[in-house]
Design a protein around this ligand. Structure first.
Ligand code: SF4
Length: 477
């Protein structure tokens, strides 16, 4: 979500007449879009700000702005700790950045503007996209859940959904710019449409099916669903819509029902595993990934064993594993029975060892099979040394492949055969079976990136959407 907000910030600034600084040049406007989910985000921010202090002192015209979750949380503290910062803006008013920069220049004083509720839906702002072939599309912002470890609801507010017609208009705008893949974004995509004024249950499945009608859209992904709200109509829509990829990111967090209760996550391990069974029944080759937190307050060895059991049964392709550490402002930070750091570390190693074994076993089954890859930029750290390129398979797996004599570009689509498996990637050193040059590849080669105008009129009003998905007529709404 933050990465996508940064695309909006870049689009806004370009619209206001700013141009991107050359890589080694000293920019005269620097914007930090901060994330409060990461540990030590504040230390990193103040460290970076200190580095910029001499440049700011030397150049009175330079502006430094801080936005995002940490700004929403710390507010005036930022200018108190780093008085050379010119602008502080929150998660609800990213559209104010150009005006705040201008005002700080005009008044020659720091501008701090934090709103308590969403001002303008970020998707109604212009965006300067980072990728020529793959784009984010927000379907909602905020979250109505209250997981006790999570700072998101406090900083992003309650869930606000976009109208289906606006989402589809943005999808079509991206495809018109050559984009082949979209990822629908929301903190809890399954709650989409179920709030006041929403189109009701089934809205997310309808949205997936409507994306299936968009001519030229080859791959649809989404993140993240919530096990509590995940319904079978979404599984059916995934299985029956050819451009919705057989990939599901389903956050587990813990396999212990006791810990899930304490996390205030209202599903239990049995329900979780049942969802995975039904997904695999409908899509036998679906790749399922997850998030797991180790060492949540009060987690016993027995609880941790329950997590290992669910991880073993789930056969995840990949897991984003986190060692619990308290986030100030969350209920879990104040819980008494914090697990000692060394215990958390030791459990973490056991979890990642098991997950790597499971992932490797799953990846080995793919050796010798054909995969279709959307070629990516910057996904293979060793590609320069190995003469390989990297891409994502339809199920989201990372594959490093040999392009051979073909002039393959990021954004193109290739077909190849897997020759080797590792826990976190596949290797395809075979001769390419196919290579399709795409418009996205042409644009990437030319250094062009999509720019999309904002879609939507700002915040949705209460009531039926302006154009229901069902009436979109192949996303022609
Ligand atoms: S559902 Fe996700 S975003 Fe919402 S409170 Fe829980 S962890 Fe945070």
């Amino acid at each position: 979500m933050n990465v996508h907000d940064s695309e909006r910030l870049a689009g806004l600034l370009e619209d206001a007449g700013y141009a991107r600084a050359e890589p080694d040049a000293q920019a005269d406007v620097v914007v930090f879009n901060t994330c409060a989910v990461r540990e030590n985000a504040d230390n990193k921010l103040y460290g970076n700000l200190s580095h910029l202090a001499p440049a700011r002192r030397a150049n009175p015209d330079m502006r430094i702005a801080v936005g995002g979750c940490l700004a929403q949380k710390d507010r005036e503290t930022i200018v108190a700790k780093a008085p050379w910062v010119d602008v502080v803006f929150g998660t609800h008013n990213i559209g104010s950045l150009p005006a705040l920069l201008e005002r700080s220049r005009h008044n020659d004083e720091a501008q701090v503007e934090i709103l308590e509720a969403l001002d303008v839906f970020p998707s109604s702002l212009p965006a300067r996209r980072e990728s020529s072939y793959s784009g984010w599309v927000s379907i909602s912002v905020g979250c109505n859940n209250s997981c006790t470890f999570c700072i998101v609801p406090a900083l992003r507010g309650v869930e606000v959904d976009r109208r289906p017609a606006d989402v589809l208009a943005e999808v079509r705008a991206l495809v018109a710019e050559g984009v082949l893949e979209v990822t629908l974004l929301g903190q809890n995509v399954n709650a989409y449409g179920t709030g006041p004024g929403g189109v009701g249950q089934g809205a997310f499945a309808d949205l997936l099916r409507a994306c299936g009608e968009v001519e030229g859209l080859e791959r649809v992904r989404f993140t993240s669903p919530h096990p509590r709200d995940f319904t079978d109509d979404v599984i059916a829509a995934m299985a029956q819509t050819p451009n919705v990829m057989p990939q599901l990111h389903m956050p587990l967090q813990s396999g212990s029902d006791r810990v899930l209760r304490s996390m205030r996550r209202s599903y239990r391990s049995e329900r979780y595993l049942g969802i995975l069974d039904r997904v695999r029944e409908a899509m036998p080759h679906a790749a399922i990934t997850t998030d797991v937190i180790v060492g949540f307050p009060g987690e016993t060895e027995e609880d941790f064993q329950a997590t290992l059991d669910v991880v073993r049964a789930s056969r995840f392709t990949n897991a984003f594993t986190f060692q619990y550490s308290p986030r100030p402002g969350t209920p879990a930070a104040g819980m008494g029975d914090q697990v000692p750091k060394e215990v958390v570390g030791e459990r973490y190693v056991r979890l990642t060892t098991l997950q790597d074994e499971m992932a490797l076993a799953g990846n080995r089954e793919l050796v010798g099979t054909e995969v279709e890859l959307l070629v990516a930029a910057g996904e293979g750290r060793k590609d320069v040394h190995t003469a390989r390129m990297s891409g994502r398979a339809r199920d989201g797996r990372l594959v490093h492949f040999v392009p051979g004599e073909r002039a393959v570009r990021p954004g193109d689509v290739v077909t190849t055969v897997v020759t080797h498996a590792a826990p976190h990637h596949l290797v395809a050193d075979a001769v390419l079976v196919g290579h399709r040059r795409t418009r996205a590849g042409d644009l990437h080669e030319a250094g062009a990136r999509p720019r999309t105008a904002g879609v939507g009129l700002g915040l949705p009003t209460v009531g039926a959407p302006s154009t229901p998905v069902a009436a979109a007529g192949g996303c022609g709404a």
